[in-house]
Ligand binder design. Sequence first.
Ligand SMILES: [Fe+2]
Ligand SMILES: [Fe+2]
Length: 346
Amino acid sequence: MEKEKEMIREVALLFRKEKENILANWLHIIQKNRVLNPQELAICQDGLRKLLEDFIVYLAAGDIAGYLAGNAKIARQIAINDIPYAKFIEMFHFFEDSYSNVLNENIPADNLLAYMSAIDHLHHKTISIVSEEYFKIKDSTVFAMAKLAELKDQETAYHLERTREYSVALAKSLNLDHDFLKSIFQVGPLHDIGKIGIKDKILLKPGKLTPAEYEEMKKHTTIGAEAILSIIGEQKVSRGYLLMAVEIAGSHHEKFDGSGYPLGLKGEDIPLSARIFALADAYDAIVSKRPYKKALTHEEAVKRIREGSGTHFDPEIVGKFLQISDQFQAIYNHYTNHEQKTSGQR
Ligand SMILES: [Fe+2]
Ligand SMILES: [Fe+2]
C-alpha cells in the first residue's frame, strides 16, 4: 500500500512536469472526436483542467482521499450541467490514455507494469466514485421531477416516499437482487409522471369521471412510458433503472387476469417491477384519504389485496405481501406521523 502511494506520488510529479502537454493532448482528442457541443466542450475542458490539477496537488501530497473528494465534486458539477454519462466517462478514458503515454515515456520498462497497475487501481476507484456522485445528482433530479408531477395530482402527501418503500420491502421478500431493489426505489416515484399530460379538468375533477374522461385518464400510463423512453433516447445511455421506469409507468395499471390497462397484459407478460408496484400503489390508495374516498384500515387493505390475488394482483406477490404486511403498516405510520409533525410548518 505504502509502495503504491509512493509510486502515485512520483507519477503526480511527472504529471506536473507534463501538465500542459497532457491538457493539449486531451483537447486534441476531444476536438478530433467532436463528442461535445461548444457549451459542453467548455464545461469539460474546465472540468478536465481541474481534474488534472487535483490529481497533481493531492497525489503529490499522497492525499488519496482529498483527490477522490475533488473528483466527486467535479462529477457533481458535470451532472448538474447535464452532460450525458457516456460523454462524461469518455473523458475519463482519454485521461487514461494520456497517463499511459506519460508513463511509457518516463518510467523504465522493468518498473512500468507496477506503476501502471498502481495508477489503474486509483483510476478505477475514481471512476466508481465519480459515477456514484454523478448518479446521486441525476437521481435527485428524477425524484424532483416526480414530485412536481405529484403537485398537480391529488395524491396524499408522501405517497411517493411510501410506495417506493413498500415496493422495496416486497422486492426484498421476493429475494430480488440489490440492483433491482435500488432501481425500484429510484423509479417507483415516476409511475404517474404521465399525469402531467392529462388535462386539469379531468385530473382534478372532484366527482366521478365519464367513460370518455376515464379513457383520457388511462393515457397517463403511455404518456409517462413514452416520455421516459424519449429521455433514454436523448441521453443515449441505457441505465437499467430507466428501463424499469418505462415498465412501471407503462404497466402499473395492468391486472394479473388481463383486465387492466393500457394493453390488457396478463400474468407474467406484465413486467415484474410493475406487478410489484401495482400492489404497493393499491395498498397506499386504500389506506389513504383521497378527495373521493376516506382512508380505510390496514386490515381492510390486507383483506382487499387478498381478495384481488390472481385477478388484480400476482398471487405469488400477494403471498409475500401477506407475510410482510406489518412492514407496510409500519411504513405508512412512519410517514403519517411525520406528516402530522411537519404540518403547520410552512
Ligand atoms: Fe397511475
Ligand atoms: Fe400512485
